[in-house]
Design a protein around this ligand. Structure first.
Ligand SMILES: [Zn+2]
Length: 412
């Protein structure tokens, strides 16, 4: 049967979404379903029930990731996987992650009710603790199976009440077996809300994600000399805040000269932070993002040079440390092409774009040809109870996912 003729059941998909929205619901229309809590367990239990109803082979691995496998005609061949996460932020929305899992389930339901066989097996995945809101850092489930983090590191991650991941996993009865981890995966597709304003502002329904931006965090420390605000003459001061403010402005100016670069100074500390004392020390952070690693790294060098010059001219010292680097990744051209084709064949408007935030797909890209489908977030709002993706877009996204999975699971 031609995949173009297949269509998801919009009503059924929205009903599944509405059931999810009732588990861990918060009073302002959002969700509070932190990883490995009772609410997460309740959602997992229903999800597994749905997987069994579709006659999928269900497994849970040693990080609590849940898999449902649908047989292919070549059963020992590689699998085509799709999914995302069912956990949320404490004041999270009803769509982030959840749409990716429930659309995947809807794809399975359509294939099953039409008795459609595929060459390769298809797996649906719910990753544990994508949000990182209870156990830091984010994406522990996908990071665990792709070798980004060790098992020991993940198991010992603590929540704010000092409960460790491993204990939380056992408490909700979702400690599975290491041998159940995803293996031999050829493709991985994640459908997700954009969490940004680009698709909505350009009136496009389908985002074809080309990759995930690279990111670096710098911390800058400017040291001058603390002194009394009254007696110290202006030309005798070593005020750390004045050059720091020039540095922050120059970061913004240089950023505007480099196409696609984004920088944010989101945190600043002034010492001693007293009205009548000349600031002796200022620390601030710079978050730097670009889809091209080389451009990002060059920009960092340029910023460091400029900041050092400002420090010299103002008789203060500056140290700049790189706290964290995460390189940009590019998704599989085969998957990008399949998503593009799926959107085109249905006449949906689409746009190619890069993701700002990280996703499970970022780590999955290490072990499989990976791609993402983005759906518009109304007003670009996410990690917020007001998060909204329109029903029409949900249906379109799931239809594209169906097309892509069916195509890739039959591609020799
Ligand atoms: Zn998410």
């Amino acid at each position: 049967m031609n995949s173009i003729l297949l269509e998801v059941n919009r009503k059924r998909l929205l009903e599944s979404l509405s059931i999810s929205s009732s588990i861990g619901s918060s009073k302002n229309g959002g969700l509070n379903r932190l990883a490995l809590t009772e609410e997460d367990k309740a959602m997992r239990d229903i999800f597994i029930k749905w997987l069994r109803e579709e006659k999928l082979e269900v497994r849970v691995d040693d990080f609590g990731n849940i898999y449902g496998k649908r047989k292919g005609t070549i059963n020992n061949g590689p699998v085509v996987a799709m999914g995302s996460h069912l956990d949320t932020q404490p004041c999270g929305g009803r769509y982030d992650g959840i749409l990716g899992v429930l659309s995947a389930l809807e794809v399975i339901r359509v294939l099953n009710e039409n008795n459609i066989e595929t060459l390769y097996p298809i797996e649906i995945i719910n990753f544990t603790n994508e949000e990182g809101a209870r156990f830091a850092p984010p994406m522990l489930g996908s990071g665990g199976i792709t070798g980004e983090f060790t098992k020991e590191f993940i198991y010992n991650s603590k929540d704010s009440s000092n409960i460790i991941y491993k204990d939380a996993l056992e408490t909700i009865n979702y400690m599975g077996d290491e041998k159940n981890r995803l293996k031999n995966v050829k493709y991985f597709i994640e459908l997700h809300v954009e969490q940004g304003p680009i698709l909505a502002s350009q009136n496009k329904s389908i985002g074809i994600v080309e990759g995930i931006q690279g990111m670096s965090w710098l911390s800058v420390k400017v040291t001058g000399e603390t002194n009394h605000a009254g007696p110290t003459p202006m030309d005798n001061r070593r005020d750390a805040l004045v050059p720091a403010s020039k540095m922050i402005s120059i970061v913004n100016e240089i950023t505007k000269e480099i196409d696609g670069l984004k920088t944010t100074v989101g945190k600043i500390n002034v010492q001693p932070n007293v009205s009548n004392v000349i600031p002796g020390e200022v620390e601030f952070t710079i978050d730097i993002r670009h889809q091209d690693n080389e451009i990002r790294l060059e920009a960092i060098e340029r910023l460091k040079e400029k900041l050092s010059t400002i420090a010299l001219m103002n008789n203060v010292d500056v140290t700049i440390a790189t706290d964290w680097n995460s390189d940009a990744i590019e998704f599989s051209p085969t998957v990008i092409e399949a998503i593009n084709e799926g959107a085109d064949k249905r006449g949906y408007t689409s746009l190619k774009l890069f993701s700002g935030p990280g996703h499970d797909a970022k780590y999955m890209n290490k072990i499989a040809d990976t791609g993402m489908i983005f759906l518009p977030s109304v007003n670009g709002i996410s990690h917020n109870e007001q998060e909204l993706t329109l029903d029409d877009d949900i249906e379109k996204g799931a239809n594209v996912l169906l097309y892509v999975i069916h195509k890739l699971a039959n591609m020799k």
